[in-house]
Design a protein around this ligand. Structure first.
Ligand code: NAP
Length: 243
């Protein structure tokens, strides 16, 4: 099976590092023209040099900046809402500021960007596909991750509603739900072996995910090979949620 995205324009948020950066490279290899949105200018400059993608710098925690970035991207066929943050805090010390920022980036930005992109798809009658980067943290509770788990649970539900309302316009919307993935975020939250070892022990395949494990699933869900798949949450977790 060969996944080709020639002639498609893809928008990837949070493209500067980690999973987003891997997705940009893979979608470009599959033939898509990629528009990469991220916060750090330097990451975007190196990405543009490596991949030849278009770039837009924006802080998606700001609702207006998120809307402007989506509008600046032009017509888009494939959207990946990947930007996300994690600010681990024990529940009793969960701050309102960290909660609001987590929800703003992980859920609100995905909603705003998807609205702009979906309106364009509907106006052009082009159809399209979207993938939201959720997490196993939407499916189980994880200590010190109250805001993150809540935001990813909300993202799963946003995805289902989008799939319902956008399906009649031939727009498919899905989530992928990775386990711990070895990116800058994954290493920040799980770098301490006292935390990572109990988590690893619950993964039947015995390892954390690498960015390509996630990127391949995203490319499949965006492609016409997944034409009958919409509204799902797809664990990429080595069996973690099977236990
Ligand atoms: P990462 O290594 O921290 O990279 C995240 C990227 O998103 C960075 O380029 C970052 O830019 C960008 N970003 C963050 N906040 C932004 C904002 N407000 N505006 C614009 N760009 C922003 O994270 P990752 O591990 O690749 O995670 C990607 C997605 O997968 C997230 O949604 C995350 O929740 C999800 N996920 C991750 C894991 C994991 O273990 N790593 C597991 C399951 C799901 P800056 O560096 O410039 O801020």
């Amino acid at each position: 099976m060969d996944i080709r995205l020639d002639g498609k324009r893809a928008l990837v948020t949070g493209a500067g590092k980690g999973i987003g950066r891997e997705i940009v490279g893979l979608l470009a290899q599959c033939g898509a023209h990629v528009v990469a949105v991220s916060r750090t200018e330097e990451d975007l400059a190196t990405l543009a040099r490596e991949v030849g993608c278009q770039t837009i710098q924006a802080d998606l925690a700001d609702a207006n900046a998120a809307r402007r970035a989506a509008e600046a991207a032009g017509p888009i066929d494939l959207l990946v809402n990947n930007a996300g943050i994690s600010i681990p805090q024990p529940f009793l010390d969960q701050s309102v500021e960290a909660f609001d920022k987590t929800v703003a980036v992980n859920v609100r930005a995905a909603m705003i960007i998807s609205q702009v992109i979906a309106r364009g798809m509907i106006a052009r009658k082009s159809g399209g596909a979207m993938v939201n980067l959720s997490s196993q943290a939407s499916l189980v509770g994880i200590a010190d991750h109250a805001a993150y788990c809540a935001s990813k649970g909300a993202l799963d539900q946003l995805t289902r509603v989008m799939a319902l309302e956008l399906g009649p316009h031939n727009i498919r919307v899905n989530c992928v739900n990775p386990t711990v993935t070895l990116t800058p975020m994954g290493k920040m939250a799980w770098g301490d072996p006292r935390k990572s070892e109990p988590m690893l022990a619950k993964i039947p395949l015995g390892r954390f995910a690498d960015p390509p494990d996630v990127a391949y699933a995203v490319a499949f869900l965006l492609s016409d090979k997944a034409n009958m798949i919409s509204g799902i949450t797809m664990p990429i977790d080595g069996g973690f949620t099977a236990i």
